[in-house]
Structures are given as C-alpha cells and as structure tokens.
Design a protein around this ligand. Sequence first.
Ligand SMILES: Nc1ncnc2c1ncn2[C@@H]1O[C@H](COP(=O)(O)OP(=O)(O)OP(=O)(O)O)[C@@H](O)[C@H]1O
Ligand SMILES: [Mg+2]
Length: 220
Amino acid sequence: MIKLENIVKTYGSKENRTYAVNEVSMNIDDGEFVSIMGKSGSGKSTILNIIGCIDSATSGTYYVDDICVSDMSIGKRKKFLRENISFIFQDFALIDDYTVYENIEVPLIAKGKSRKEKKATIKKYMNMMGIEKLARKYPNQISGGEKQRCAIARALASGNSIILADEPTGALDSENSKNVIEILKQVNKLGKTVIVVTHDINVANATNRIVKLKDGRIVE
Ligand SMILES: Nc1ncnc2c1ncn2[C@@H]1O[C@H](COP(=O)(O)OP(=O)(O)OP(=O)(O)O)[C@@H](O)[C@H]1O
Ligand SMILES: [Mg+2]
C-alpha cells in the first residue's frame, strides 16, 4: 500500500514561497487504478513525482508497505525506484538511439537479467502491445501510439508493481488514446497498482477512483 501523510512541497524562499503540494494525505491500495485530475498547476505532476521517487517532499511522510521512502537517502531511493516503480510519460521518454527492442531491454539490463530471460520478456511484452514487428525500428520511425506502446512495454518488462503515468494520452489522437486506456486497464488487471495523472475524462472514467487536486490540495 502507498501511504502519503501530510505531504508538502514548496518552492522559493520565505517571501515568495509557492505551495506546489499542500498537506496531501492519501492511501492507495495494492492493485488499485487511480487517476489524479485538476487544473494546470494544481500539483498533479509534483505528487506523482514524489510517489515515483524522482522528486522529494519538503515535509511529510511517504510509505510503500512498511517502508518509509521519505526517510531514504537519495541513493537508496533511486534503488527503491528501480526495483518497484515504472513511469509512463506524455512524451514517451524513449531513448532515440535505441531500437524498440533495446528500449524495452533497458530495465532488464538494470536488473541484471540473463540474455535468455531478457529476450523472452521483451518478446512477451512486444506481443502484448502489438509492436513485435517494430523491434528493429527507432523511435523516430514509428507513430506516437506505437511509441507509447513501446514505453508501456518497457514499464511492464521491469516487472515493477507500481506503474505511474503522467498524461499518457496527452500527445495522442482519440483513437490512440482509447487504445492506451484499454492497455492501462489491462495492465491494472495484471495486478499492478496504476496511478495516472490526466486531463482526459475518458482516462479518468476508466479508473476506479478519481482524486481531484486544487491548488495543491485534495478537494474530493
Ligand atoms: N521547479 C519548480 N520551481 C518552482 N515552481 C515549480 C517548480 N515545479 C513546479 N512548480 C510549481 O508548482 C505548482 C504545481 O506544478 P505541477 O507541475 O505539479 O502542476 P500540474 O498539476 O502537473 O500542472 P500541468 O497540468 O500543467 O502539468 C505550479 O504552480 C508550478 O508552477
Ligand atoms: Mg503536470
């Protein structure tokens, strides 16, 4: 379970301090599919990045199961991220010089998997995402929808149980968005905890719970 307690994130000094996140507390159970909505600047990405260990809170505590993530050193937190959490971004964040196959391989190399294991895992998720024919292509040779499916395959290949997505349909047309929504549902059905930041009501409606943020606070 993910447990946030009184998370605060501020920027700036005393005189012009902004509260990106202001006293946010929430629990997310294992296997939940949650969306975070709210206007631009309401703190959605900041919260997601704190959960995802790529940012840290100014104050408050963050637990995953019984592990206090907010107390970890930067090094430990990076390791925790690598072993437990995967991100999906609006702009896909694929490595341009790597093929589709090599992009999906990245988390498997980080985990020291054998050659055989890597191959089997990559094939499995390329098939699941319908991109097996694109294995040798580079990101600039495939469409936006294909790039996002590659990024999702990479997230799944990691084997991590928490999947975080920041506006995963933000750069896609409605057809590809629908596709990504269906895939995220499928990912959740695999037992993953999925947390998605979105402006897209169709994405939010596909989730089991919508958390609304306003000015860094949860409003409902
Ligand atoms: N590095 C930073 N320095 C100063 N202020 C920041 C920084 N990062 C974010 N903020 C501020 O924190 C607030 C929350 O930002 P955040 O990126 O979480 O919003 P968001 O809800 O994800 O918005 P969007 O929908 O536009 O992506 C905003 O007011 C933003 O300007
Ligand atoms: Mg954002």
